[in-house]
Design a protein around this ligand. Structure first.
Ligand code: THU
Length: 139
């Protein structure tokens, strides 16, 4: 699975987005260490707060299935029904969910866009000094 293939799967996932309020559709493709890919889309709600981002949809599907080791996630997003020429970076809540399950030095976040090269960050660059399970080892 190449990064560009993962970005393509994120674009495919974006087609599933439920975005009647923001009209901003996002797709994610999460690559597990065993090679399995989980796709996710954002799912909005009339009460707004219960909305779920594409990244967390992908993670929660994978976690439910018993996956616990992850290599990378590709994310694409933009106005519903249009190409996504700009990067769509994960929100803070999604970065925190990644911190729970991923090594910040190893896990890669691939930001894709339509027709232009993607950009990749390790999680530690998008969530510096993140608080995760290792911080609770004295409890
Ligand atoms: N959203 C995502 O799904 N992922 C991101 O990386 C950024 C934002 C969603 C949340 C909401 O449904 C819509 O995009 C507008 O914020």
């Amino acid at each position: 699975m190449t990064d560009e293939q993962l970005v393509e799967l994120a674009f495919e996932a974006r087609e599933h987005a439920y975005t009647p309020y923001s009209h901003w559709s996002v797709g994610a493709a999460l690559l597990c260490s065993d090679g399995t890919v989980y796709q996710g889309c954002n799912i909005e709600n009339a009460a707004y707060t219960p909305s779920n981002c594409a990244e967390r949809t992908a993670f929660f599907k994978a976690i439910y299935d018993g996956q616990r080791s992850f290599a990378a996630i590709a994310v694409v997003g933009g106005p519903q029904g249009e190409p996504a020429p700009e990067f769509c970076a994960p929100c803070g809540v999604c970065r925190q969910v990644m911190q729970e399950f991923c090594d910040p030095n190893e896990f890669r976040i691939i930001l894709g866009r339509s027709g232009r090269p993607s950009k990749t960050y390790p999680l530690r660059e998008l969530l510096p000094e993140g608080f995760g399970p290792d911080n609770l080892t004295t409890v």
